[in-house]
Design a protein around this ligand. Structure first.
Ligand code: SF4
Ligand code: ZN
Ligand code: ZN
Length: 304
């Protein structure tokens, strides 16, 4: 099999479009695709200070590598990596080490924020004391807040996360499974709060399938954490991931079809379901639609 771009030996053939690529063209092609997504959704400005959420996995380290290249071309832009230590025994320490090492190699500032420091607890403790929801539900709520706090601490004006195509499609389906119609429209490549209460969030890899990110990280020689989080298997997301992968295997291109369908209906959904009005959490003052924000509820704070 020959590369469709340069006629060298191909190492990968895209099942959903038939293109075969050699190693060099593959690496270049993924970078170009991410740059195209950045420009299509107008994700970056020349003077952005981007806080990038870096977990130490393949997705975030790949994004770090590519955003570092992009940022180097803009002298006024800045990049800071933020790693969240949720307090997951036997798992997070290795990821932090890998994240720190790659940040050093790329000369990117690296900051670690922990649940223990910010919330006085760890995910392991929360999981032991609360059984109503899956660990990922608690983790997701606290992680989002932790990244936001970390980004504000370093005075970033924007947060970049490494959500890939699979993550986005899984989230769309999960919101449907949970009956959370309002959130379906909020799965988007750029999230902006017009009132400025939340930092802008961008997802430059939202059009790259997970499998292709993994191949990129592998070919680029990035050392990333391979062992999965011990709580992953309990998550509904894991079942949705397996289901989607089975469908994609039989019907290549399905994930892109769901993503593009969402692109077409998002504005109608938003217009039909405007977001609820935000007030301030009675405990921490952060914006929320209820008396207590999700973080304070997770931490079992009693309303004042
Ligand atoms: S798999 Fe779930 S619990 Fe583990 S880090 Fe991810 S969101 Fe948190
Ligand atoms: Zn080639
Ligand atoms: Zn709160």
């Amino acid at each position: 099999m020959r590369c469709g771009f340069c006629a060298n030996s191909a190492i990968y053939k895209r099942p959903y479009e038939g293109a075969a690529l050699c190693k060099t063209c593959y690496l270049k092609n993924i970078e170009e695709k991410i740059r195209r997504t950045i420009s299509k959704y107008d994700m970056l400005r020349y003077d952005d200070h981007i806080a990038i959420a870096v977990s130490g996995g393949k997705d975030s380290l790949t994004l770090l590598r590519i955003l570092r290249k992009v940022e180097r071309r803009f002298p006024k832009a800045r990049l800071t990596a933020i790693t969240v230590d949720e307090g997951i025994r036997g798992y997070r320490a290795e990821a932090i080490k890998l994240a720190r090492r790659y940040c050093n190699e790329l000369e990117v500032d690296h900051v670690v924020v922990s649940f223990r420091e910010l919330f006085g607890t760890t995910l392991d403790k929360i999981v032991r004391s609360k059984k109503q929801l899956s660990p990922c539900s608690y983790c997701g709520v606290l992680r989002r807040r932790a990244i936001h706090i970390g980004a504000k601490r370093v005075k970033a004006n924007k947060i970049a996360t490494a959500h890939n195509l699979d993550d986005e499609v899984q989230t769309i389906l999960l919101n449907i499974f949970h009956g959370d119609a309002k959130r379906i429209a909020r799965v988007e490549p750029v999230l902006i709060d017009p009132a400025g209460r939340f930092l802008e969030r961008i997802k430059p890899m939202c059009e790259i399938p997970e499998k292709e990110v993994a191949l990129f990280a592998h070919l680029a020689g990035i050392e990333f954490q391979t062992c999965p989080c011990p709580y992953l298997k309990t998550a509904l997301r894991n079942d949705v991931r397996e289901m989607l992968n089975r469908v994609e295997q039989k019907h290549p291109g399905t994930k892109f079809t769901v993503f593009r369908s969402m692109e077409r209906i998002r504005d109608y959904l938003k217009a039909a379901m405007p977001p609820a009005e935000l007030k301030n959490c009675r405990n921490c003052g952060e914006p929320t639609t209820q008396a207590l924000c999700e973080v304070c509820k997770t931490l079992d704070v009693t309303p004042r």
